[in-house]
Design a protein around this ligand. Structure first.
Ligand SMILES: *[C@@H]1O[C@H](CO)[C@@H](O)[C@H](O)[C@H]1NC(C)=O
Ligand SMILES: *[C@@H]1O[C@H](CO)[C@@H](O)[C@H](O)[C@H]1NC(C)=O
Ligand SMILES: *[C@@H]1O[C@H](CO)[C@@H](O)[C@H](O)[C@H]1NC(C)=O
Ligand SMILES: *[C@@H]1O[C@H](CO)[C@@H](O)[C@H](O)[C@H]1NC(C)=O
Ligand SMILES: *[C@@H]1O[C@H](CO)[C@@H](O)[C@H](O)[C@H]1NC(C)=O
Length: 413
């Protein structure tokens, strides 16, 4: 561990010095593509055709009913939300609603991708919960906006600050209005960060939630182990894309592949298994379910995450200069989110993995230290030694290892 930490600055230095010529070439290409890139999307408040497909091919095909909903955020984004109101038995849900919030590069399908016995979305429905699958802005199910299209740079002018301040409260308010009940929350990865931020700042969120189960928790990121991710953060890759005009970050685009290729060719970074290089080695994923299309996010969101990796704080987006920060926040540095201000009696379950290279055990320890005044019987912490980042949502044994204890926890609140 200490050895790996010591070698990292050297690796980063090597990358910085050796990447420059190829970087210039990449920039030229990026710019050209950015201008040409065009989805022909219009401002829309109709239900995305992809939503239909979500219900038909991933939910109804497995014997469950599926409803499509849409939610408009205070800043005008129109988001898709799927509901599985009953389990396969057809028996009306007799337990509270559960809102499932996916992580970055992902969408609501992540909760229903495996078999009904293995997928949290289906397991909850079969156990009598009313299941709601959220899709963050920018994913294929949530590309509507009252006045913008995804071709407008302004559409992508957000980071997880906005996911926490707008998307999450909008989903919670909507499910609360529809069901008349308080809600259990499940977040994975960026879905946990959204919850930490919202719970620490917004009483309207904690007051409508019964509890939150946070899998692969992300709050402090400076001890992240994924060298690939760390190198990308220290190279300011997100910032480079942004200044080149690439506001939408499309994971499988040529531009991104090229930049990744550059990092992967550096000594010390092994991308032979790109997923493992990013998330850590997942022990328990069925290789036949892995082939998924990663979803877009805002380049600005990645810049914000990279700031967390470099600074070790959980703070609002840093505009990079004191004047602009002053204009936005009334102070020269971005305000911190205060994890200790999450209500001490709010029921929290944190489940994290010993092999997770994004949600590192040491970073989770820092978070737990901030939560040290949380009421003992309102905080459940689980370490799954052999789990990496994606095992929590796609692991074939997650039903026994994580979801059963999670439902026990829900049952208490
Ligand atoms: C992005 O939004 C901020 C406010 O959050 C605004 O000050 C800024 O001008 C916007 N940037 C662009 C490029 O529109
Ligand atoms: C909470 O809800 C009230 C009433 O709708 C609203 O006035 C207030 O601004 C909300 N607080 C936050 C932090 O959004
Ligand atoms: C890279 O990782 C793979 C397994 O993921 C391993 O087989 C290979 O030997 C590694 N290469 C280097 C140079 O360490
Ligand atoms: C892996 O996925 C395949 C195809 O969906 C399925 O047939 C198989 O049973 C799965 N294996 C496990 C252990 O879930
Ligand atoms: C964070 O919140 C806690 C609990 O409300 C408070 O005691 C503490 O002073 C806050 N810390 C900062 C830096 O504002």
């Amino acid at each position: 561990m200490a050895g790996a930490t010591g070698i990292l600055p050297i690796i980063v230095a090597i990358i910085i010095f050796s990447i420059i010529p190829s970087e210039i070439e990449a920039r030229t290409k990026l710019y050209t593509t950015a201008v040409v890139h065009d989805h022909h999307e219009n401002p829309t408040n109709t239900i995305s055709p992809f939503q239909d497909d979500f219900c038909k091919s991933t939910v109804e095909s497995k014997g469950y009913s599926c409803q499509q909903h849409q939610v408009t955020t205070e800043d005008g984004y129109i988001l898709g939300l799927q509901r599985i109101p009953v389990g396969r038995s057809g028996k009306q849900a007799d337990k509270p609603p559960v809102l499932l919030q996916h992580g970055i590069f992902s969408d609501g399908v992540t909760w229903v991708r495996n078999s009904p016995e293995e997928s949290l979305g289906f397991i909850l429905a079969d156990n009598g919960y009313d299941v709601w699958l959220a899709n963050s802005r920018g994913t294929v199910y949530s590309r509507g906006h009252q006045s913008l299209t995804p071709n407008d740079p302004d559409y992508w002018n957000w980071s997880w600050d906005e996911l926490a301040a707008y998307d999450l409260p909008a989903f919670i308010q909507y499910v609360h209005d529809q069901t008349g009940q308080n809600i259990h929350y499940v977040g994975h990865s960026l879905g946990t960060l959204m919850a930490f931020a919202a719970l620490s700042e917004d009483d309207n969120v904690s007051s409508k939630l019964r509890s939150a189960a946070l899998l692969s928790p992300i709050a402090y990121l400076n001890q992240i182990r994924s060298l690939l991710t760390k190198a990308a953060a220290y190279l300011f890759l997100g910032d480079q894309l942004y200044w080149l005009g690439l506001h939408e970050f499309i994971p499988k685009s040529q531009e991104v592949s090229k930049l990744l290729g550059n990092i992967c060719s550096k000594p010390g970074i092994n991308c032979s298994d790109i997923l493992a290089a990013f998330t850590g080695l997942n022990c328990c994923i069925n290789s036949s379910t892995i082939d998924v299309d990663p979803q877009s996010t805002a380049t600005r969101n990645l810049i914000h995450l990279a700031q967390m990796i470099r600074k070790g704080t959980i703070a609002k987006y840093d505009y990079g200069n004191a004047d602009e920060n002053m204009k936005q926040y009334g102070k020269p540095t971005p305000p911190l989110y205060n994890m200790s201000s999450i209500p001490n009696n709010f029921p929290l379950l944190l489940s994290y993995g010993g092999k997770d290279e994004l949600s590192d055990v040491n970073d989770v320890s820092v978070l737990l230290e901030k939560l040290k005044d949380h009421e003992q019987d309102k905080l459940v912490v689980q370490l799954v030694e052999n789990y990496a980042h994606l095992d929590f949502v796609m692991g074939v044994n997650a039903n026994k290892v994580v979801y059963n204890p999670l439902m026990d926890f829900f049952g208490l609140h």
